[in-house]
Design a protein around this ligand. Sequence first.
Ligand code: SF4
Length: 389
Amino acid sequence: MNFFVTHSPLRDLHDKVAAGQRLSEADALRLFACRDLNALGALADFANQRRNGRRVTYILNRYINYSNYCILSCQFCAFARKKRDADGFELSVAEIVEKAREALKLGITELHIVGGLHPSLPFEYYLEMLRALREVGPHLHLKCFTAIEVLHLAWLARKTVRDTLIALREAGLDSLTGGGAEIFAPAVRAQIARGKESAEEWLEVHRTWHQLGGRSTCTMLYGHVESPADRVDHLRRLRELQDETRGFSAFIPLPYQPENNALPVQHPPTGFDTLRTLAVSRLYLDNFDHLTAYWVGLGLKLAQVALSFGADDLHGTIVEEHIFRMAGAPAGQLQTEAAMIRAIRETGRVPVQRNSFYEPLRVWEGDVPPGPPGLPTRAGVVEANLATA
Ligand code: SF4
């Protein structure tokens, strides 16, 4: 047992985790109150390495926001614009396709596409976008839309959520993004995202998608007005749905970004709170295989440290990010593959390029030479042994 754990008040929880027993909500609350970050990190690292070994994954992906026009005005959101705003935008399908073509030259395997709830684009626009992208990259994974977008599209299409998802899948949709979960507790939700879908609606969209055989990720926006109990309630609901469907491929905690929005928060999440939140998530979500340290919100330096606090995934290259950048995140919009590989290797772990289902595509061995800025580095790659993944 790790020294930090044996000499900490978390020893009984270590025994529980080591025995494969599920942590209770009271246990999770106790972990959120823990000030012994070393002990907590060691425990989460133990749980992660038992599941994922020393592999840390990343994906070559590109974000595309088709529009930032939105009929809602969530208080925490710095991304949404109204038609009267000078910096609002919407992309034509041709423009989206051009961005996808450019990204394909960089070797990406996934497009991640979300936007606001556009006031006038018809349902056909979204179908056309998916069909056009499917044609450009038959093997490109199209990970698109948050749950609230799906509800908006269902309203546009005058269809049930299930039939809307089927129509989107037939047009090319491969998986749903995990955004928009925020915090499920109704009182907090009313404070930060009034008018948005309820927790039950968010969960139902993902449940329906999972029942159709689809996979998705899930998120939690933390560090604003919620309490530790609200966070535990959020994690509990995700764990319950995962028990039911097994459809979540990963959990991605998102630290709140405080700028350019209508939600006054005195103390946004610190590095300590971020590492603690990741560690508690890893320990409590015992039915999730993967936990992402989202470098856009954390910065690559803290994301790298998070690899010792239960995270086993760094997310992706992204290329162009608007949502966190507009809310003040300083991390930038692009991460090169070489930078992520170096960050992972420095921690003594093994970098693995993954696909959208977190399956390994390439395992990196040996030294990784620096690549030209913005371009992935390919030297030093060996094929993954898929059988041992
Ligand atoms: S969070 Fe999403 S739904 Fe809410 S205002 Fe922003 S873009 Fe619109």
